[in-house]
Write a protein that binds this ligand. Structure first.
Ligand code: SAM
Length: 956
């Protein structure tokens, strides 16, 4: 970077030796530049600041007063003459001086200090408004509030509302008024409509009234009203910044062209300073930002501040003339730009004719203005932005260095009051009228360099702009883009659209709706497909950046939704101190983590029993009671809960914060529309798969028949919510529930955030009826930082996938089901003579034939089944087998050995059979079979005699 050239010349060679500097408003009357240049600490006297130090208004410095008099040529002259009403120099921050009516009126009409002017005008306006309010009796309308979300852009306002009622005989009447012209437009929207866009003019204010009325008699059902200023959305603001980045010229090495400075200055007519001195206790008060710049910017009329400049002449001297006035206040740059206490924001980029301006807002950290800017404007890094850049001191006693871009005009808008004694004053030449236009100049709306929508141009950002935006977060991107400009236009459009969507999504919590999320994700998917079709490094890089952005955004959104959910739980008296919801690594949604240790037996979650969502709760809710009364049919618990989750509205429901934390989709085959061929599935999952398919299709058909407004997809989602989250609870019988198959399910918010781990689980859940609560207890000690698990059951991976949509890498629940016909076949292969009598006993014993991954050898029930098949005729006659099978006596050694021998043959045969099957199975289910092979391997291995160390030695 070339920052330093010629800086010293300003100190050494003041181009205007006649110009004067002084500190007329200073309390301490000290002199000299506020900040000495680190390289030239003692060279400040050359510009004459030490010569004229005192206040001209108290006649202590004749020279200065004469000097100022030369510039006196304004209509406020009389304020500068000693008058009876002029107060003595007031004590700082003392009471405001009294003004007579004449003075006040003159000030209102002519004041040069906008703070003074706007203050008085505002008070006047407020008085008028209060009077008007008193005159108009408040109109009370009996209507419920309509919920409307507004999406505000500089040239478009989008309104989206939620239907206030399920009634169809309604319509919406939208009245919007352009406040300035009073032009009113009325439009009607049908009952099906839920949004409407309005083309507007940037910076203008519109009043919108959205009324939902009954179609026949016009009765007002719900209403909403708001005044909206058409202003930049956050994404537009960022695009403007990108335009500004593009405008900034850069040197050979890519760095922006900047020069060093150490003071900021503000030029105003002398009367301006006089008024502050006489009427404002020497405090230059910040005042409301005028209408200069882009009409849609987010600071005009919104924040208060004072403009300063740092721009120097080409020879790096301070300017000696200004269109804004004949007195220049000069202050130490560190006072305004100290990055330890200030935040920097980009606020505007515009031109009036040819000069381009960028407005940088400087706020004291955490001030009210800072909070506003943080929300609305784009924050800049003081150390790396190309407009006002700071370089930290190199050692402990060093000073900050300041650089300003000289390829455009940087306006520094400081949002605090400033005392005059902080500065030094210099007389300069006023060019033009000596003052800026009151209210501000209109910007040039035709300039394509600084307008987002110059006339005649498409309202689409360019690829370069998009790439710039991304380059902001990934500096390598810009380099890649410069190299490769061959970008397919369709792909570019997709990317640009996505950038817009992503930026818009960042606006506010209001936008975090399910719908927008879905749109966004669809857009991302579209983008990823488009990028795959056009494999260029540029696109891949842009796509990666956007994907990262979307992921980050989603994370922020999830955190927000979670916060609301926690608030909701606490308000309902859920107790879960020492726990937090976090997203564990991997793809398993949320989980619950301990933020402190819990001892064994401690309840870690407790909630009132009436908060369990079970069939009784649902059928007693007025909405569902009415619905069920109409259909005159009792539903089963699973059907009732599915109906509940199908109907509840994400925004309106009393469970809204809970509904929002529920997964939007599930990874189960049923949800993904995968239809396995039953014959390709291992036996352990076959029945469950058939039953599940039937249940989903039956419930879906039934609910759609009873409630035609429900769709299959909605029911499918709701069924999954219930099926993956419900817990066993013994519910009381309820007259309006069909409990012919029992009623043992409930969905329990928060508790249903616990994930499954059959090995590590520390949480056991139970309904404590006597205490009227549902709790989760620590069954063993839980350490701080651990995820808290429960056990959903000893399920193998096929079952976990089909029922819950996940699998475990080392699942001890893996098992092989050996039904009776398979058992008989295997027994025959092993040489067992199985008679009809054996089969009948087997049926009566009815022990399950399972092999488990955890078993050290075949289970007791499998061994017993084999034992039954080895019984002789006489042992089975007259029920004698019962005594043998259920006896506590140890099994005869001979028999035991025989069982082992037979089982070994049977299981080896089983393993071979499973391996053969695995080979023939379609790819998507092969893993299920492989898991079965592993279980067989474990069982077979248990028969192999362990080799002793001596045998090992001999073999080797
Ligand atoms: C009762 S919910 C548990 C909370 C859930 N993770 C969430 O985000 O809301 C059950 C669901 O959690 C996920 N899940 C539970 N345990 C898991 C595990 N060990 N690994 C992966 N996903 C798991 C599955 O998606 C399952 O359908």
């Amino acid at each position: 970077m070339s920052f330093n050239h010629g800086w010293g010349s300003w100190y050494n060679n003041n181009p205007n030796p006649n110009s004067q500097s002084w500190r007329p408003y200073a309390n301490n009357q000290g002199g000299g530049p506020m900040r000495q240049h680190p390289m030239h600490p003692h060279q400040q006297t050359g510009n004459g600041w030490l010569d004229v130090l005192s206040n001209p208004y108290f006649s202590r410095n004749i020279q200065a007063r004469n000097h100022m008099a030369n510039y006196e040529r304004n209509r406020m002259h009389h304020f500068n003459q000693p008058q009876p009403s002029v107060p003595q120099r007031p004590i700082l921050k003392g009471p405001q001086p009294q003004m007579n009516d004449f003075v006040r009126q003159t000030l209102i009409n002519n004041a040069h200090v906008p703070g003074l002017r706007t203050g008085l005008q505002m008070r006047h306006a407020m008085k008028q408004r209060a009077q008007a309010r008193e005159q108009i009796p408040e109109k009370r309308v009996q209507a419920i509030p309509l919920i409307v979300n507004c999406h505000i852009f500089s040239e478009k306002i989008e309104l989206r509302w939620q239907r206030p009622t399920a009634r169809k005989d309604i319509k919406y009447i939208i009245i919007y008024e352009h406040i300035k012209t009073k032009k009113m437009t009325t439009i009607e929207e049908p009952s099906t409509s839920i949004h409407r866009d309005f083309q507007v003019t940037a910076g203008e204010v519109y009043k919108f009234d959205v009324n939902c009325v009954a179609e026949d008699n016009g009765f007002l059902i719900a209403s909403w009203s708001r005044e909206i200023r058409a202003e930049f959305s956050y994404s537009e603001q960022k695009r403007l910044l990108q335009k500004c980045y593009q405008f900034v010229k850069r040197g050979m090495n890519g760095d922006p062209l900047m020069h060093e400075f150490c003071v900021l200055y503000r030029c105003k007519p002398k009367v301006y300073w006089d008024e502050i001195h006489h009427y404002c206790n020497d405090v230059m008060q910040k005042y409301i930002k005028d209408d200069n710049g882009q009409p849609g910017n987010l600071i005009n009329g919104k924040i208060n501040g004072l403009f300063f400049s740092a721009r120097l002449n080409p020879d790096l001297t301070l300017p000696q003339c200004s269109p804004f006035g004949n007195v220049q206040m000069i202050i130490d740059a560190f006072l305004i730009l100290n990055p330890d206490i200030h935040n920097f924001y980009f606020a505007d980029f515009y031109c009036n004719k040819s000069i381009h301006y960028v407005t940088i807002v400087i706020c004291v950290i955490d001030s009210e203005t800072d909070k506003y800017c943080r929300e609305k404007l784009v924050k800049l890094n003081p150390l790396s932005n190309p407009f006002v850049r700071l370089i930290p001191p190199t050692d402990r006693y060093g000073k900050w260095r300041f650089y300003i871009n000289y390829t455009l005009w940087v306006e520094v808008y400081y949002t605090e009051d400033m005392q005059l004694d902080k500065g030094q004053f210099s007389a300069i030449m006023a060019t033009g009228a000596g003052t800026s236009k009151i209210g501000g100049l209109p910007n040039n709306k035709r300039c394509p360099l600084c307008n987002l929508y110059p006339p005649g141009e498409k309202k689409m950002i360019t690829v370069e702009e998009a790439s710039r935006e991304l380059a902001d977060t990934d500096s390598t991107m810009a380099t890649i883009l410069r190299e490769d400009k061959q970008i397919d236009s369709e792909v570019a459009d997709t990317l640009l659209y996505l950038i817009d969507r992503v930026e818009e999504c960042c606006l506010s919590a209001e936008e975090l709706t399910e719908k927008l999320d879905k749109n966004l994700m669809e857009a991302v998917e579209e983008m990823n497909k488009a990028v795959t079709r056009n494999k260029t490094s540029v696109l891949a890089s842009i796509a990666k950046n956007l994907n990262d952005f979307v992921t980050g955004f989603n994370k922020r959104r999830d955190a927000l939704i979670q916060k609301e959910f926690i608030k909701w739980c606490k308000a309902r008296d859920y107790k879960f101190d020492g726990l937090e919801i976090t997203c564990p690594p991997g793809n398993c949604g949320n989980g619950i983590y301990a933020t402190k240790a819990f001892r064994t037996g401690r309840p870690i979650i407790a909630l009132p029993e009436h908060d369990m969502i079970n069939s009784a709760l649902v059928v007693d809710l007025p909405f569902y009671r009415k619905k069920l009364a109409k259909i005159n049919e009792k539903l089963k618990p699973m059907e009732i809960l599915t109906m509940f989750f199908s109907f509840e509205d994400f925004e309106q429901s009393a469970w809204s914060p809970y509904l929002k934390v529920l997964p939007k989709e599930f990874d189960t085959p049923a949800f993904k529309g995968i239809d396995y061929d039953v014959n390709t599935l291992p036996l352990s999952i076959r029945k469950y798969w058939i039953d599940q398919k039937k249940e989903i299709s039956d419930i879906s058909e039934k609910l759609r028949r009873l409630f035609p407004e429900l769709t299959h997809n909605k029911i499918l989602w709701a069924w999954h919510v219930v099926n993956t989250r419900c817990i066993f609870v013994e519910n009381e019988e309820h007259d309006n529930v069909d409990n012919s198959d029992g009623d043992t399910i409930a969905v329990i918010p928060f508790v249903d955030m616990l994930n499954h781990d059959p090995e590590k689980y520390q949480g056991v859940a139970m309904h404590e009826k006597r205490n009227g609560r549902y709790i989760v207890q620590a069954k063993r000690q839980i350490m701080e930082g651990e995820q808290v698990f429960v056990c959903y059951g000893a399920h193998d991976n096929a079952r976990l996938l089909v029922e819950y949509g996940f699998t475990l890498p080392h699942n001890l629940g893996a098992k092989v089901l050996i039904p009776q016909e398979v058992l008989l076949t295997l027994a025959k292969i092993a040489g067992i003579q199985v008679t009809r009598e054996h089969e009948m006993v087997l049926e009566e014993v009815s022990l399950p034939g399972h092999l488990y991954a955890t078993d050290e050898g075949p289970s007791w029930s499998l061994r017993t089944n084999v034992r039954v098949m080895l019984l002789e005729h006489w042992q089975m006659a007259n029920g004698r087998w019962k005594k043998i099978i259920y006896s506590h006596d140890p099994i005869d050694e001979e028999v035991d050995k025989q069982i082992d021998e037979k089982l070994e043959i049977m299981l080896k045969e089983l393993r071979n059979g499973v391996i053969e099957k695995t080979k023939k199975m379609p790819k998507e289910v092969q893993w299920m079979w492989e898991e079965q092979v592993k279980v067989c391997d474990v069982a077979v291995a248990s028969f192999e005699k362990p080799t002793t160390p001596s045998e090992e030695k001999t073999e080797s």
